[in-house]
Design a protein around this ligand. Sequence first.
Ligand SMILES: [Zn+2]
Ligand SMILES: [Zn+2]
Length: 658
Amino acid sequence: MAVARIALPVAVPHAFDYWIPDGLDVRRGSVVRVRLGHRSSVGVIVGVDATSLVTDRLQPIDEVVEGPPIAEEILDLAEFAGRYYQAAPGLALELAVPPAAKARSLRRRAAADAAPDARAAVALNPAQASAAGEIAGALGSFGAFMLRGVTGSGKTEVYLAAAKEAVARGGQVLMLMPEINLTPQFEQRIRIALPGAQAVTLHSALAAGARRANWDAAASGVAQIVVGTRLAVFTPLPGLALVVVDEEHDDSFKQQEGVRYHARDLAILRAQRRGVPVVLGSATPSLETWAGARAGRYRTLELPLRADPRAQPPAIGFVPVRGSRAQDGISTPLLDALAQRLARGEQSLLFVNRRGYAPSLKCASCTWESECPRCAARLVVHHGPDRLRCHHCAHVERLPRACPQCGNVDLTPLGFGTQRLEQAIRARFPQARVARVDRDTTARRGAFAKVRQQIEDLEVDILVGTQMLAKGHDFPRLTLVGVLGADNALYSADFRATERLVALLMQVAGRAGRADLPGQVIVQTDFPDHPVYRALATQDYGGFADELLAEREAAQLPPVTRVALLAAEAHSREDVDRFLASAVARAQALAGDAAGVEIFPPVPAAMARKAGFERGQVLVQSMQRSALQAFLARWREDLAASAGTKLRWSIDVDPVAF
Ligand SMILES: [Zn+2]
Ligand SMILES: [Zn+2]
């Protein structure tokens, strides 16, 4: 009796044996339905054997869910993800299962079917043409490229030109990007650059039917261009010829729960195994990619100029916050610049990375400050309706009229969020049309697209918003960007905070000015000489990245070292402490054998309490990936045996924040 080993989506470190009924045509990769306890579950066959050690108690496979088995390449990739990211094999294999199997019959939503666009494909400038030529020249074998292009330099045109060549040779192209860049405008650009090619998108916002239809088009080889977010890295592509990771520095490529994979890193691995080139594009490459290029593992392609030769880089200036008699947090030079833009009929963006009215509420006569009862965090003041809200859990309460501690009615909102800025701008410029763009104003489906359209149609004069507006949006008449509150990130305990801040500020600054209208950026800061702001002012990301890399080397931090994080949370701090202390003891015993793995003492998480859970963590690191991997596999087994039911724990390999 033949037996199948099946990976099921449960958090156990092994597969399950089932017998294969006569006549059922299954093999490795087949997606099948079985009973697991009292439930019915879909799993993936990872192996077939003639016998099983547990034959007498085996259940049969109920049915085959999918026709053809999952491609070996995708199985390998998912199995690798499970091993490398220390996840249960069944959870990792689930990433390879085709989406929503039953929605197959729906009509394919092909980009090629949409209304044609009158605009012609743009001609490449010499730097773009040379970069595209290098990538196209590398088709047919593995090679990794770091494509570094300043904001507005036209990286997308390079991807599309290289993609065109790959498609012309009968290949498929996988393009991964952050969610926010997957706009209808982007799909339109693909259509213009590659008329006649079929392009499909894959991301979580798609309806199940459309997602399945697009997946089918990719898996069958019908779609030549597949554009998607991180989950798309597991899409079968029989003709894969080129992989592109746009905005490769973006943290959204890292999954933050379950199988904590990094789609950029898996994309590089996939390209290597498939023998095709991979392009990592960014204006501000991650230090991981930067180090790869510096070490000669990646070839560097540069786009030093904005694609439109008339466009100049924005003028960047700094104004102090302290002692500037700033009105409602906005300094006089910034107010003057806003007034100028209004008079000229140009648009402005005020960027502050905090939503709500004010980050906290404080009593003027005692020590009381609005704190979340369930998190180690301040409650944020929101108006309309007036509430105190936690941004880390669901906690909401009424805005108090008096101090809950001393009864004083003089309560002061501290700091500035988007709501407060919006209110201040409306009061200051009553004639201006103001729009606020943050998670609160765009929660409804279609709300973001609507405000985008209003900006494009010049129905908005001043935008107040968070980083939602920072990325991938081109507004030709937007000539002024004001940056507020960025200094807050300089104090972050996260060693990646400055890397992130530079990336964000360069992106925000890149919104200012296009073509014939020069841009201006005004940053409110009390530390204009900080390396982050120097890099912004000189637009010299390379120099900044080199310095940062030297610092990481001196401090023995990623990407120089390999790091994994054990995180634990429980209702009682004692449970967390006990678990982590025993985890460290076990790790030290193991690391005695596994040379070169360093174990740090347990510490509270950056947010020590969240949604009622006490949180702690242990960091382990090594200079060698393989040493760390070997250690983690054994440590994980130990931990699984020792953790009680009261505690949740996880291992995050190559964490993006800790
Ligand atoms: Zn008080
Ligand atoms: Zn909370």
